[in-house]
Design a binder for this molecule. Structure first.
Ligand code: ADP
Length: 477
């Protein structure tokens, strides 16, 4: 199958969150099972053509490979919109004011590129609002173009809350017409929501866990589009994300101090000492360390965490946070750190290497999310023998069962209610089990052996692509 995969971020070129991990790994997994996948993304400033050995193949297009793979990536090169800016979507916590113009230009370049290459994909797979327009353009502007008469469109939503909202006056930049300024088009309460370009026009809609696929069809999680999604519910699917174990593996990770596997789990604590040292916390192998690596956004639970901190830190434990995002959380966390200098360390920024040391060095990994489409942190933690403490929502509910010491079942510590006391209670239970060394080690070894590699999910994506083709009347087999 030929698959054109469109994403605004792709590991290792550019990343702000989980979408980049998926976009770097799923195409690779699809390639490994014999499909011709090509990726399309913007060439941001951090994507250095020399470093990645890119070559210019068209005036606005660079071509390269995902490092270590044979997956072709095409980069949309526009100096003003992308090539000369430091951020992907924001600068110092504020969105670029011309994000609609930027991502419209990116999306509008996609289909002409395919024609220029004379490469007809079976599937165009777009992700989140930044690339959703490609689907609407395909279905509106190119609907009678025979070049695409066997091409189906798939839209994946990685986070319902990011709608791509812009003032309606900007509509024409998208390349679409005013006929789409209506509720069954891009209109959203008087504005335009670019994500609707995917939801309305895709042949199949998909999200990153089965549970989240159900949740987004409810009022609570649907961001105002739950009615639309319910009306398309026979086309809405959920496939859990995998992990790229060539990147996330404590046995081979070059960014940690001491590599280890289930058989050498006792070496993990050397990473803990290094993590404590770098964070200027007392170096002590016995004290449980709770890590967090996250975008600092409302979704991630910092309101309940800040209310729970006093109780959590009343235990003999340490917390190490790495995150960047909303300024209000930067301020909040800086203030909290001052209150608990010997127990809480806060690193404000995006730091892939420190992230890996936290996954390796911490004993527990906390995700008190209000909602969580899939969540990768808990899956990465499993592999590093770091036990997740999570709220039962979205993909966290699909992947982490509550640990029951009596029967030895469950992969972490789970709480239900979105409240500080429920979170603190789960932390208390985790610390209780941590003190029972053998029990803890058995749990660690068990979660390290869980398999969240992409192989199984990639096969499910092929099934999804076949459904999309069927929806346009094509049965390729
Ligand atoms: P989301 O996509 O909502 O950000 P996920 O859990 O799906 O959440 O994915 C987050 C990914 O981004 C993980 O790979 C995580 O390690 C990484 N990450 C998040 N914040 C940072 C940060 N400040 N520094 C380094 N890596 C980060």
């Amino acid at each position: 199958m030929r698959i054109f995969y469109v994403s605004s971020e792709v590991v290792p070129f550019a990343k702000t969150g989980g979408l980049a991990d998926v976009a770097g790994a799923l195409p690779k997994a699809l390639k490994n099972i014999g499909h011709d996948v090509r990726v399309f993304m913007p060439r941001y400033k951090m994507v250095d053509p020399d470093k990645y050995e890119l070559k210019k193949i068209l005036p606005q297009i660079y071509e390269g490979k995902i490092p270590g793979t044979d997956v072709t990536v095409y980069f949309f090169d526009d100096p003003l919109f992308f090539g000369e800016r430091d951020g992907l979507y924001q600068l110092q916590g504020s969105d670029y004011p011309d994000n609609l113009e930027r991502f419209s230009a990116f999306c509008r370049a996609a289909i002409p590129l395919l024609k220029e290459l004379n490469w007809r994909p079976d599937i165009i797979h777009a992700n989140d609002w930044q690339s959703a327009l490609v689907i609407a353009l395909l279905k509106k502007l190119y609907k009678d173009d025979p070049f695409f008469n066997r091409t189906a469109a798939v839209y994946s939503i990685h986070n319902m809350a990011y709608l791509g909202l812009f003032p309606k006056e900007k509509l024409l930049f998208t390349g679409l017409g005013w006929d789409l300024f209506k509720p069954s088009g891009l209109e959203y309460w008087g504005e335009i929501a670019l994500t609707k370009a995917g939801f309305i026009f895709a042949d199949v809609i998909n999200t990153v866990s089965e549970n989240y696929a159900k949740e987004i069809q409810t009022h609570e999680y649907g961001a105002g589009l739950d009615g639309l999604l319910r009306s398309r519910s026979s086309d809405v699917y959920g496939i859990i994300n995998g992990l790229d174990y060539e990147i996330w593996n404590p046995a081979t990770d070059q960014n940690i101090i001491k590599r280890y596997s289930p058989a050498t789990i006792f070496l993990k604590s050397e990473n803990k000492i290094e993590l404590q040292r770098r964070n200027k916390l007392p170096e002590n192998k016995e004290v449980p360390v709770i890590g967090l690596v996250t975008r600092l956004a409302d979704q991630k639970g910092f309101d309940i965490l800040s209310d729970a901190l006093e109780e959590i830190l009343s235990h003999n434990c340490q917390m190490i946070i790495l995150g960047t995002g909303d300024l209000k959380y930067h301020k909040l966390l800086t203030a909290e750190q001052k209150k608990y200098p010997s127990k809480l360390a806060v690193n404000l920024g995006f730091d892939a290497m420190l992230a890996e040391l936290i996954y390796a060095g911490a004993d527990m990994f906390m995700m008190p999310s209000r909602y969580e489409p899939c969540g990768l942190g808990q899956l990465i933690s499993f592999k590093y023998g770091t036990i997740p403490i999570v709220r039962r929502t979205g993909g966290l509910a699909d992947t982490v069962g509550d640990f029951d010491p009596r029967v030895g079942k469950g992969e972490g510590f789970v709480f239900e209610k979105y409240s500080a006391s429920a979170l603190a209670e789960a932390v208390g239970r985790a610390i209780g089990v941590y003190q029972q060394k053998e029990l803890w080690e058995t749990l660690q070894k068990r979660v390290m052996k869980l398999d969240y590699s992409w192989d199984a999910s990639a096969k499910k994506y092929i099934g999804l692509y076949l459904k999309a083709l069927k929806n346009i009347g094509i049965s390729p087999l």
